[in-house]
Design a protein around this ligand. Structure first.
Ligand code: PEP
Length: 236
């Protein structure tokens, strides 16, 4: 089985029909690699059924920082674990940028996820402006602070420069490799570090070949079974 991890993020996309068709095809592909798909909450149980008997894991795209109580609209880590969800994305740039999620909140969510036995995928990354100002490393280092006390092996970090997410612009190997090395040096060499930002079937092989890249987090291309399976096949 490939060591590199490929995770799909469906974001706010999908319907019962689309989930059945795309995940049905992914199930048929009999992937031998480390793969996860993070679908919207309402489709998680359907995704579990469709991917039953495959190596593909199911994940959520967010979770509550709270475990239980009067928090209308929230979904807890315990609920996700209860329905068989295996992983969860935390601190995605869209949650930080559009919904004001702070690094502190993302840290609490990571703790909640790991406590419930979920594998956490913690997203970090700088904006275009922060990179222009030469602050990319400083921004990512600050976002990593909340992971310091968490047990290695129970989570991965996804380096997703926000300017590369959904934009069609891919970070260069000269930008990716040193940032992944920095993340590992700040946490632990064994932490899996994924790259995310406009990964497609036609660039997956070269991105997965970059030094210190342990996998990819895929947004738009995860909505196409063909694209996603091709990306999974590029994992080593
Ligand atoms: C993402 O949603 O995490 C992502 C990287 O999106 P895209 O692949 O579309 O850039």
């Amino acid at each position: 089985m490939a060591k590199q991890l490929v995770v799909g993020n469906w974001k706010l996309h999908g319907s019962i029909g689309q989930i059945k068709s795309v995940l049905g095809e992914i199930a048929q592909a009999k992937l031998q690699s480390n793969v996860g798909v993070c679908v919207p909450f309402p489709y998680l149980m359907l995704a579990k059924q469709l991917l039953h008997n495959t190596h593909v894991q199911c994940g959520a795209q967010d979770l509550s920082q709270y475990h239980i109580g009067a928090y209308t609209g929230e979904v807890s880590s315990g609920m996700l674990a209860d329905i068989g969800c295996e992983m969860v994305i935390v601190g995605h740039s869209e949650r930080r940028r559009l919904f004001g999620e702070t690094t502190e909140q993302a840290g609490v969510k990571m703790r909640a996820a790991l406590d419930a036995g979920l594998f956490g995928i913690y997203c970090v990354g700088e904006s275009a402006e922060q990179r222009r100002e030469g602050r990319a490393e400083e921004v990512v280092a600050a976002q990593l602070q909340v992971l310091q006390q968490l047990p290695i092996g129970l989570y991965a970090v996804a380096y997703e420069p926000s300017w590369a997410v959904g934009s069609g612009m891919v970070a260069s190997s000269e930008q990716i490799s040193p940032m992944h090395a920095l993340i590992k040096s700040q946490l632990d060499e064994r932490v899996k570090v994924l790259y995310g930002g406009s990964v497609k079937s036609n660039n997956a092989e070269s991105i997965l070949g970059v030094k210190h890249v342990d996998g990819v987090l895929v947004g738009g291309a995860a909505l196409s079974a063909f694209e996603f399976v091709e990306i999974c096949k590029a994992a080593r």
